[in-house]
Write a new protein. Structure first.
Length: 681
């Protein structure tokens, strides 16, 4: 009957079974931990309670529960899974059941076979982390989980004694390192059938921009400090104030929300674009945004050598200068293109369907519309061109004491009236929306453009990071003969936002806030260092595709490489690796203890003489066997074996016997064989 200890006996005083079980439970808990943020709360609660229960039984030496309590918990977990996930199939339901099954299996750890089942379930559970994230941090976590499971498996394979955890961990690490060349080889040469992981769930996080806009919407996005994309230029980058990355263009306005215009019945027109000045070649690595468009630098034309190319994707440039895709972007994409920051966007002669760019809902923002009409009726502006009207609106923004803030508060139905005449405090979308309403009220076609403006300084690899906090909204108005003209009303009140790419700082989290309070420079250096590593992981691992495999084959001398060439290269490399492994195994076999090799040769020689020599016999035992089998004729050979025993077990450095001993032993064996060995004795 087991007794419960009054206090923790200490790790070193635990029985080996209890110690190994606690280590295995800790590894399982570490493996399950990242899933707790994705699964239902009850799954984490049941898992932690079961693991704690099993650990308590291991420490106290209590008996494991019977079959029925485990079956009851399984039925409860199954019912809860159906209740929360509405199915037993699919990703979340499958991972939930896997976590529950592995935790319940720990209540049946009675034999080594049960431990092996837990190990294999654990390795499979490690793979499921890729269903939710493939970041560098996830990869490091998975590597640590794999090492822990291997260490627990090594402990289970050491049935004798009390091997320290350090030794099991070292054996597991060596085993993993031995498999590393094979893993790298398969990663580099195994044919890709699509993206590396190809999971639509890759983009199920924060989505950034959308196809609609309400006052305060961009401010919410700008509080997100996550990375939207990275951009790298072939040479010197353009000036910060020209870094506008175009997203959704919003034309329709119902008084509260701005939306993209509906496609016309006829095919969308191509962009009428004129470029001037130098072009800037760039490379853009986009994070998943779940939008059917690419945030390209303005202006990227649809010209050979300038337009983006993505194998397997259909891209199109429409008349709003948007690069659209044939499906939502739910994976990381990377492409090269060329943009001209000096450009003019048409149509230039006549604007098709101008009413949709002039529409203002009846009764919406009446004070703002009246103010705009009064401005237009001023004698100096009565016959002015749209550019002069735009400058008049911007001058009012600069002179009327407007403020730029990330926390503008909630606006009502007539948000432009409230912003323009009362609060005079807002974010970029407040300025852009108000500007567009004023221009439309004065009879000038105008629209809102959302996207990103600016970028951080290049990192060590030349990549400039564009965060969600760089999300921005600006305006465009149309003027005959000049087309659509960009105007950024935010620059009128916060020029540093555009000219130096300095967005307002979002709210910092607990850890980052603590680091900022101690050393803001250190916090920024740590963040940039980590993001540099994460980007290299994305570039070298996550973005390693079939095209890069073919580039590797071309570097190896293949012309027009194909999947067949890739498979042949893989088979050849695996064959060479197998030969190398066989050679290493042969070498490892022959680098055993030289005493053991010498003993084996002695056993073979004595057996050939008809002597009953066994591998477990020590040299003195072999000498006795020689005297018994050969009598006086074997005395010299027996003395050789006794000398070997003194060399092996006597004082001194216990080196192998020298060449003289070997020659004497072999000479005596040959003499006895000529006389028939033990058969003549």
């Amino acid at each position: 009957m087991s007794t419960t200890p009054a206090h923790w006996p200490g790790w070193g005083k635990l029985p080996r079974d209890a110690r190994d079980t606690l280590f295995q439970l800790a590894v399982i808990g570490w493996t399950v931990l990242p899933h707790l943020g994705h699964l239902a709360w009850w799954c984490g609660a049941i898992t932690m309670l079961v693991l704690f229960w099993r650990g308590w039984l291991a420490v106290t030496g209590g008996a494991l529960p019977g079959r029925w309590p485990v079956i009851t918990l399984l039925f409860i977990a199954t019912g809860l899974t159906v209740w929360t996930e509405r199915t037993l199939l699919g990703k979340d339901a499958g991972v939930t059941m896997l976590v529950v099954l592995m935790s319940l299996k720990t209540l049946e750890l009675r034999a080594r076979r049960d431990a092996l089942v837990v190990f294999f379930l654990g390795f499979f559970l490690v793979l499921t982390h890729c269903l939710y994230s493939q970041s560098l941090l996830t990869a490091l976590w998975m590597g640590l989980c794999t090492w822990g499971l291997l260490s627990a498996q090594v402990l289970a394979s050491m049935p004798v004694g009390r091997p320290p955890l350090r030794r099991a961990g070292a054996v597991a690490a060596r085993s993993a390192l031995l498999g590393l060349p094979l893993m790298v080889l398969l990663f580099v040469l195994f044919p890709r059938l699509g993206p590396l992981w190809g999971l639509p769930q890759d983009g199920l996080g924060r989505t950034g921009l959308s196809g609609t806009l309400r006052m305060g919407g961009v401010a919410e996005i700008a509080n997100d400090d996550s990375i939207a994309f990275r951009v790298r230029f072939n040479g010197a980058p353009p000036r910060p104030e020209t870094l506008y990355f175009r997203g959704p263009v919003l034309t329709q306005f119902d008084g509260i929300e701005w939306r993209q215009r509906r496609p016309a019945a006829e095919a969308r027109l191509a962009a009428e674009l004129r470029t001037f000045g130098p072009g800037f070649g760039y490379e853009l690595a986009l994070e998943p945004n779940r939008l059917p468009l690419l945030p390209m630098l303005e202006a990227t034309p649809d010209l050979p050598g300038a337009a983006p190319r993505l194998p397997g994707w259909t891209l199109a440039l429409n008349d709003e200068l948007q690069w659209s895709t044939d499906r939502l972007v739910t994976e990381r994409l990377q492409w090269r293109a060329t943009a001209w920051t000096g450009f003019a966007l048409g149509p230039f002669a006549q604007l098709p369907r101008p009413d949709e760019h002039l529409h203002l809902p009846s009764g919406s923002n009446p004070r703002a519309q009246a103010w705009a009409r009064a401005l237009r009726n001023q004698p100096a502006l009565a016959h002015a061109e749209p550019a002069a009207l735009a400058q008049a609106v911007l001058a009012h923004i600069r002179e009327a004491g407007f403020g730029y803030t990330l926390a503008p508060g909630t606006y009502g139905r007539d948000g432009v009236d409230e912003f323009w005449f009362e609060r005079r405090e807002g974010f970029c979308e407040h300025f852009a929306a108000s500007f567009v309403v004023m221009m439309r009220a004065m009879g000038v076609p105008a629209r809102i453009v959302t996207g990103y403006q600016g970028a951080e300084a290049p990192d060590a690899d030349g990549w400039m990071i564009v965060r969600q906090s760089h999300a921005h909204a600006w305006a465009e108005y149309w003027q005959a003969g000049k087309g659509w003209r960009r105007t950024d009303p935010t620059a009128a009140v916060a020029p540093e936002r555009v000219q130096r790419s300095l967005p307002l700082a979002p709210r910092a989290g607990f850890v980052r806030g603590a680091l900022n309070s101690m050393s803001p420079a250190l916090a920024e250096q740590l963040r940039r260092a980590w993001e540099l590593l994460d980007n290299r992981w994305n570039q070298w691992v996550m973005n390693y595709s079939r095209s890069r495999q073919f580039d590797l084959l071309e570097a190896l001398g293949f012309t027009a490489p194909s999947v067949e060439d890739l498979a042949k290269t893989l088979i050849g490399a695996l064959s060479l690796l197998s030969l190398a492994g066989a050679g290493w195994a042969w070498w490892d076999r022959h680098r055993q203890d030289p005493w053991l090799r010498l003993r084996q040769r002695i056993i073979v020689a004595l057996t050939a003489l008809g002597i009953d020599a066994r591998p477990h016999h020590p040299p003195l035992g072999l000498a006795a066997a020689v005297r018994q089998a050969l009598g006086p004729s074997g005395e010299t050979l027996a003395q050789c074996l006794e000398a070997l025993d003194r060399c092996r077990h006597g004082r001194g450095d216990r080196r192998l016997p020298g060449p003289a001993w070997r020659r004497g032993f072999e000479r005596e064996v040959r003499r006895l064989r000529r006389h028939g060995g033990a058969h003549s004795g």
